[in-house]
Design a protein around this ligand. Sequence first.
Ligand code: FAD
Length: 452
Amino acid sequence: MLKTLYWFTHDLRLSDNAALEYALKNSEQIAFVYVLDPSTKIANNYHSQLLGDHQTRFILNALQELADELNAIGHQLIVLEGKPQAVVSEFIEAHAITELVVAEQVGEYERRQVLHLKNTFPKVNVVQFWQHTLFTQHQIDKLDCMSGSFSKFRNKVEKSSLDVAKPTPSESTLLPEHLPKPTKIENNFVLLKWFESIDTSYLLPNEMPFFAGEHAGKYHLVSYLNSGAAKTYKETRNELDGWHNSTKFSPYLAIGNLSPRQIWHAVLQYEHSDGANESTYWIKFELLWREYFQWLSVKLGERLFAFSGLSDTKPLTSFFAERYQKWCSGNTPYPLVNALMKQLNATGYMSNRGRLIAASCFVNELQLDWRYGAAYFQQQLIDFDVASNWGNWQYIAGVGVDPRGGRHFNIEKQTELFDANGVFIRKWQGSAVGSQLDANDAADWPILSDVT
Ligand SMILES: Cc1cc2nc3c(=O)[nH]c(=O)nc-3n(C[C@H](O)[C@H](O)[C@H](O)COP(=O)(O)OP(=O)(O)OC[C@H]3O[C@@H](n4cnc5c(N)ncnc54)[C@H](O)[C@@H]3O)c2cc1C
């Protein structure tokens, strides 16, 4: 009997999920698993957890919805706890699995896990699908577009009018006439245990009302486009606060509640029905940034996390515990940065402009080793995505793909541009640090020459 294990990872959706479709069509019996790894909640060498509370909560809610959907068709989402490689191996052995179906990952360590399973179980057929990106591996290879900067990538993609495949319509995805037989286990309480373990006391969900799950993601996509905000996206995307100033697609993309293709085609449809302009183009432009970082992550492998990144030399920064702590808690001499960090800590979200400013401060003013900042963002962001986070941090630290060699934002100038009336700083209490301390600290902490 063909016994399939479908391993959900960053593809927590039932629609536009080619791997899932394949698995449903080709198995006689199927088990659906997701793995929660307790070691991701323990602070690592960079003093941060690999998975923080904001994204944990988001994932758990999405899993709950997925579990309900599967229950409704007589199946079960089996949530396992432990090191993914180990618990998936145990499951394969215990249930005599003959085929493992899993989406292709962009993170190096996730890719290695699947490779390890392939090597450990040569008799198990491992089937993988690309579904975290707009384009396929074949399209990217054929275009040979990953050997330079983002601009080169985008030019090649746009000039060749590279086709983004249409997403599978929702209604045709999940429910083939004859579903494979379910594999169920007893005492499937891991999800409940994790729900009970996360601390939500300090969260401000109303500030950034991200509701998890595929349905919520689809609803969010439609309501964003219906709001008309896409028409002015280019003008508003740099605002530091607000719900509709940018799309807020990122948390859904990060865990796969929405596929990039679903978003791309929804924007095309919107352009068709409501008219295209520079702003609607710019949403696609930003989705190409995401795309670029996804493929870059695959290309760089471990180097995505290396101190010197793509550079031959290491940055002249280091780790200073006090500066680091103050940056994390929003207690630096820079009110704008403090406000941004407090917003991040409370909501799990920070605008793209905010991320650029906070990261630039970390690397330039505070002269801290960028990897600690990237790791802290990883812990705090509700939309953490390995490729976008570590790729952007490398870029700002001057060890990434930026041909200009790093970005330094003048905090004063950024404050004038994006918070001239101090509304954002007041709202997030960016100045709520002893002023004496501010002045003294600021004198100690170098302000490098202005670049941006
Ligand atoms: C230091 C730093 C760390 C970041 N970490 C992450 C991360 O962990 N996860 C993440 O999804 N994004 C990350 N970004 C990129 C970007 O800030 C967020 O994608 C964006 O702010 C999310 O809000 P939005 O969905 O409203 O974006 P919008 O402005 O509405 O953009 C639409 C979509 O385009 C993509 N996008 C936009 N800007 C970028 C960018 N610079 N790089 C890659 N993709 C982009 C995202 O998928 C986003 O959802 C980071 C940026 C910086 C500077």
